[in-house]
Design a protein around this ligand. Sequence first.
Ligand code: FDM
Length: 224
Amino acid sequence: TAAKPASRGAFIVLEGVDRCGKTTQASLLIKHLVGLGLAAVAMRFPDRTTMVGDLINQYLQSKSELDDRAVHLLFSANRWEAAPALRKTLIDDGANIICDRYAHSGVAFSSSKPSLEDNLDWCRACDVGLPAPDAIIFLDIAQEEAEQRGGYGGERYEKKEMQQRVRKRFSQLQEMDEKDGRIPWFIVNAAQTIEEVQIEINEIVEKTVEKVQSEEQPVGLLWK
Ligand code: FDM
């Protein structure tokens, strides 16, 4: 059996609206951490490679129609099915996880739909108890600036109106987390150059990794 690592890995989530540069920054961050000799694993949600993920993918590409609550639960199930592997990576392997979107995207997007806009609590409920991020890095960019970066793609939520509502929801979720005091948010100005954004993210992540290693806190339970 493999020796238990000295400490668990940090669970870092990158969030933001479309075109904020999340995916680019996630892969640069992995390279940076590996360069520092730290184990780092990339994850993303939705994970379209699973059976649940395939249903989500068909929905996002408008190849199927689903009730708003049903698809919200699929996004949540897609996280729950990954949770054991996520915990194993953090705890047994002691590797850091860099995750492109997680539960906050789940709540922000679903609760931006008319049928769910007064149901924030319902939207959060199915993600309660998932492994909690040690930090949320929110890549912040003005709507107009995001749009100048090449417009939106053709998927279901890639529309101006929706993106504006999602952005507001993210701030609301940030406020709720800050009141609760357990999951720290870091807002990075994503209108800067790739290199400038990268420098800020690296610093936040290095500090978070150090904190997780020195405090020896177990992986938290989201919103519990
Ligand atoms: N999205 C993502 C949700 O609606 N709920 C979720 O739980 C998650 C993780 O899916 F519009 C939305 C956000 C985005 C779409 O995401 C696909 P990617 O990052 O573009 O693949």
